[in-house]
Design a protein around this ligand. Structure first.
Ligand code: S3P
Length: 434
């Protein structure tokens, strides 16, 4: 297993960064291009393992997809009903988004298909989608009542439902909304707090209709989608590691053309409360989602509190926010982050134990994380738990720690951000692979 050695950064850091396309948007671009009628093309598509799994899945379902370059793709869609039974199992690697959204689509297709994944994905709960999709009429087989992959789905003949989600989850909402395109009648999903609304935006942008009433979103069955082409804005969740570098090293980094959807920019709201100034300007975006350029100015860092209602807008940024909290004055509290227990790894356990090994004053009580700062970090040998966001958060922690830090099992970074170390290098930050 490969590992990386990181040293404390002692020089001034500055630069301008462009990021690969947002992961959530890249999955959806492949999905909507495949379900639409006509030829779509997308540029700045994320070429990382998770999205490659989605692309290969649709090829296995009979869609004509051509990669012009790693970040540019052309898809000839033949509509919602043109997918064909796959000849083999569909392996979705580490990607929860790919598996949950595909379960929604396959629920509407009149054939059998089996979805598998790596050990992490095979231990993540799928009943949160298969229960609703079963109510709509799809039939599932899999361990623990179709809770764990491999899961076989036999779809077709769906009826509309009115789903009330106990937890905000864009993956669950999206699975149901995608299935609703195949259902008789109008399906509604109500969330306790709004989660990322990319699927709603994509349905509209590809010519479909969505009704949004507060936390309730409804989609009618029987609609068709029309092909579209656009550039995908940069991934704000990958940029989050460089946002943290900008804050921790007081580095002047210009962030260019990043996704700027308020359901995703929660980390910047927290930074403002910490005392960081965010200077943003909108950047021309022709697709379904807004984009912006920005830079940050940091003086003193204050501790923060994150309440449950705010979590969906920064759910993937909690590990890196925990690193930031170690350097802020006071006690930071991240309340009831239950959903982190069921991510690619249990991220409460991974970040609390590994930052504690680096000297952070961090603890979890139940699912609430408390961090006291500022605390100097010290280098240590730490584990990614094969989770990409834990791995990158620990690399960033290593950049401010005394002596050397070793982060083990870093291949997982390829699931979402293969360019991570390259972008670090472009800022003059050297790391050493072992
Ligand atoms: C995603 C939704 C979130 C997020 C994941 C991507 C999406 O998951 O953590 O990285 O693209 O819909 P949940 O819906 O499980 O919160």
């Amino acid at each position: 297993m490969s590992q990386v050695k990181i040293k404390k950064v002692k020089h001034a850091v500055s630069g301008t960064l462009l990021f690969p396309g947002d992961k959530s948007l890249s999955h959806r671009a492949i999905i909507f291009g495949s379900l639409a009628e006509g030829a779509s093309s997308f540029t700045n598509l994320l070429s990382a393992e998770d999205c490659i799994c989605t692309r290969e899945a649709f090829k296995n379902l009979g869609v004509k997809i051509c990669s012009v370059s790693p970040s540019e793709i052309q898809i000839v869609g033949r509509g919602l009903h043109a997918l064909k039974a796959p000849k083999k199992e569909i392996n979705l690697g580490n990607s929860g988004t790919a598996m949950r959204l595909l379960l929604g689509i396959l629920a509407g297709c009149p054939f059998r298909a089996t979805l598998t994944g790596d050990p992490s994905l095979s231990s993540r709960p799928m009943r949160r989608v298969t229960d609703y999709l079963s109510q709509m009429g799809a039939v599932f087989e899999g361990r623990d009542n179709a809770n764990f992959a491999p899961i076989t789905v036999r779809g077709g003949d769906l009826k509309a439902i009115d789903a009330k989600l106990p937890v905000p989850s864009a993956q669950v909402k999206s699975a149901i909304l995608l299935a609703s395109l195949y259902a008789n009648g109008t399906t509604s999903v109500t969330e306790p707090v709004l989660s990322r609304d990319h699927t709603e935006n994509f349905i509209e942008y590809f010519g479909g209709r969505v009704r949004r009433q507060g936390l309730k979103v409804s989609v009618e069955g029987g609609q068709s989608l029309k092909a579209r082409s656009f550039e995908i804005p940069g991934d704000i969740s990958s940029a989050a590691f460089f946002i943290a570098i900008s804050v921790l090293l007081r580095a002047k980094i210009h962030f260019r053309h990043l996704l700027w959807n308020p359901t995703r920019t929660g980390i910047l709201e927290v930074l403002k409360r910490m005392g960081v100034s965010v200077h943003a300007e909108s950047s021309d975006s022709k697709g379904p989602e807004p984009a912006a350029d920005f830079y940050l100015e940091t003086r003193d860092l204050r501790a923060f509190e994150i309440r449950k209602e705010e979590l969906p807008s920064l759910i993937d940024e909690i590990p890196i926010l925990a690193v930031l909290a170690t350097q802020a004055e006071g006690t930071s509290i991240i309340h009831e982050a239950d959903e982190l227990r069921v991510k690619e790894t249990d991220r409460i356990h991974s970040i609390v134990t590994q930052l504690a090994a680096m000297g952070a004053k961090i603890k979890a009580e139940g699912n609430t994380i408390t961090i006291e700062g500022p605390t100097p970090l010290r280098g240590a040998a730490v584990d990614s738990f094969k989770d990409h966001r834990t791995a990158m958060s620990l690399v960033v922690a290593g950049l401010i720690a005394e002596s050397e830090t070793i982060v083990r099992d870093i291949e997982c970074i390829n699931t979402s951000f293969p360019d991570f170390f390259h972008l670090l290098g472009s800022l003059g930050i050297e790391v050493f692979f072992k």
